[in-house]
Design a protein around this ligand. Structure first.
Ligand SMILES: Cc1cc2nc3c(=O)[nH]c(=O)nc-3n(C[C@H](O)[C@H](O)[C@H](O)COP(=O)(O)OP(=O)(O)OC[C@H]3O[C@@H](n4cnc5c(N)ncnc54)[C@H](O)[C@@H]3O)c2cc1C
Length: 284
């Protein structure tokens, strides 16, 4: 449980961090350390250089940006979970953050680190997909915006280039919508065996808009498009049948705790519950 030796830098500015990252092939960024450090101790990750983002000021914020809310990449899960701005204008991300691990994990882990890690059972990916969030990445050549739907590309793999740092996540305000995150947590790790994020607009007579993001089932989080298209314009009575499509076209993962068949069943149940609860949730 002792990591291989490594060099350590703690830049004070984003530019300095970007320069270090670009000039060292075998460098890794350190944020909350709650995914990277366990991996290093198990020697699953052996970076030659750790670039600690913790001393860079100005990457830890939650700000009103008009139609959206901007969240700095170094904002901890605990801060996201308790943000009054998020809870009053776009609660889904806060609802997902409140479900992450335990209080120690929520106090150290960051939203940027979690998204960059792209763990197949992490909670945020379901929420950022359902919200059609945007992820801002900076490099020495500038800044670019990556839509959440293009961000997760494989197990533990994202659209980030090796020289890029996530600086901000932007989520739209969800006025008039009900939002819910439902999770069946692994009893030991707390990670999602299945996690479903739902954003629903409309009434029991007619569902106007619905977005469903799912984590824990396959190698990457995904939007349940078959569920969404089976529900648009339909009454609430269509939810149970639509939820049966929650794992369509997805190769479910199986492990000692939950078989692929069990995950496929669980995700249908959790999708039904999440959409029903989002439809009846209190609207802002
Ligand atoms: C006991 C335990 C239980 C947990 N339970 C859950 C859970 O229930 N749900 C859940 O979702 N997660 C869970 N986690 C993971 C936790 O949320 C981590 O904090 C998170 O996945 C990584 O965030 P971090 O800030 O700790 O990143 P780090 O561990 O520091 O970094 C993770 C990876 O992201 C990269 N990185 C970090 N910041 C950036 C950035 N700004 N730009 C680009 N790359 C970056 C790093 O180089 C590294 O590759 C758990 C972890 C532990 C230890």
């Amino acid at each position: 449980m002792i990591p291989a030796s490594f060099d350590y830098e703690s830049p004070k500015t984003l530019n300095e961090a970007l320069r270090l990252l670009a000039s060292h092939e075998d460098a890794k960024l350190l944020a909350g350390g709650h995914s990277l450090l366990p991996a290093m101790k198990l020697r699953l990750a052996n970076p030659a250089l750790l670039i600690d983002l913790g001393r860079i000021g100005g990457l830890d914020y939650i700000r009103d940006a008009g139609d959206s809310i901007s969240i700095g990449a170094l904002t901890t899960h605990g801060t996201v979970a308790s943000s009054q701005l998020l809870l009053s204008s776009s609660p889904l991300l806060a609802q997902a953050a409140a479900n992450i691990g335990d209080i120690q994990v929520r106090n150290r882990g960051t939203i940027g680190g979690s998204l960059a890690q792209a763990h197949p059972s992490a909670d945020y990916p379901a929420a950022v997909l359902a919200l059609d969030a945007q992820i801002l990445a900076s490099s020495q050549s500038g800044e670019r915006v990556i839509p959440a739907r293009e961000f997760f590309t494989g197990m533990l793999t994202t659209a980030l280039r090796p020289d890029e740092i996530i600086t901000e996540i932007r989520v739209p305000k969800t006025a008039g919508a009900g939002t819910v995150y439902k999770k069946f947590a692994h009893p030991a790790s707390g990670y999602a065996v299945v996690g479903v994020a739902a954003v629903v607009r409309g009434s029991t007579a007619k569902i106007e808009e619905v977005a469903v993001g799912i984590t824990g089932v396959g190698e990457i989080a995904y939007r349940a498009e078959a569920v969404e298209s089976a529900l648009r314009g339909k009454p609430a009575s269509a939810i149970a049948e639509a939820a049966k499509h929650a794992a369509d076209k997805v190769e479910a993962l199986g492990d000692n705790y939950a078989s692929a068949e069990y995950r496929r069943h669980l995700v249908q149940v959790y999708t039904r519950r999440a959409v029903q609860e989002a439809l009846s949730a209190k609207r802002k």
